[in-house]
Design a protein around this ligand. Sequence first.
Ligand SMILES: Nc1ncnc2c1ncn2[C@@H]1O[C@H](COP(=O)(O)OP(=O)(O)OP(=O)(O)O)[C@@H](O)[C@H]1O
Ligand SMILES: O=P(O)(O)O[C@@H]1O[C@H]([C@H](O)CO)[C@@H](O)[C@H](O)[C@@H]1O
Length: 159
Amino acid sequence: MATFEQKLCTRATLPQRIADLPKPVVLTNGVFDILHRGHVTYLAQARELGASLVVAVNTDASVKRLGKGDDRPLNTLADRMAVLAALESVSLVVEFDEDTALEVVQEARPDIYAKGGDYVMSAIPEGKEVIAYGGKAVAIDFAHDRSTTKLVAKIRQFG
Ligand SMILES: Nc1ncnc2c1ncn2[C@@H]1O[C@H](COP(=O)(O)OP(=O)(O)OP(=O)(O)O)[C@@H](O)[C@H]1O
Ligand SMILES: O=P(O)(O)O[C@@H]1O[C@H]([C@H](O)CO)[C@@H](O)[C@H](O)[C@@H]1O
C-alpha cells in the first residue's frame, strides 16, 4: 500500500482519526471527479485556513443523484479518494453517501468548514451547522476558471 493511502478513512473511524489530527481542523466536501487546477488551488487554500484538512467525497450513487449527467462520475469513488489522498494539502479522506455532507459535519465537528465560492455558507446545511455550533464557515473565491464538466465537454469535442 502506498503511504498516502493511510489517509483514507472509514466513516466509523472518522471521529478518532480527527481527534489525532493537528488543530484547527478544516473540512470540505465534493465530487472531485477529474481533478483540475481549480480544485488543487482551492484545497491548498482550505488547508491554509487551519492545520489539517479533511475531504469528504460523494459516493458514486450520491454523485448520480446530483444530476451532473448519466455518465458521471467518470472516476470511481475509490479512484477519486486515492487521488485526493495523494495531495500534500489533504490530511484525511472519507466517503459519504448522503445527499449533503451535513451528517459528516455533525460527526466530525470541524473547527472550520470550507467550500468553493460557488456556495453561500448560510444557504447550505453544512455551513449552517458549523455556524450553529460556533465554528467558522468559509467560502473560498475561485482562483481559476476550471471545471470537470468543461473538461469533459472539451474531450468530447475531439472524440
Ligand atoms: N475552479 C475552481 N476554483 C475553486 N474551487 C473550485 C473550482 N472548481 C470547483 N471548486 C470547488 O471544489 C469542490 C468540488 O467541486 P466539483 O467536484 O463540483 O468541481 P467542478 O469541477 O465544478 O465539477 P463539475 O463540473 O463536475 O460540477 C467544490 O467545493 C467547489 O466549490
Ligand atoms: O462537488 P460539489 O458538487 O460542489 O459537491 C456537492 O456539494 C454540496 C454542498 O456541500 C451543498 O450541500 C453537497 O450537498 C453535495 O453532496 C456535493 O458534495
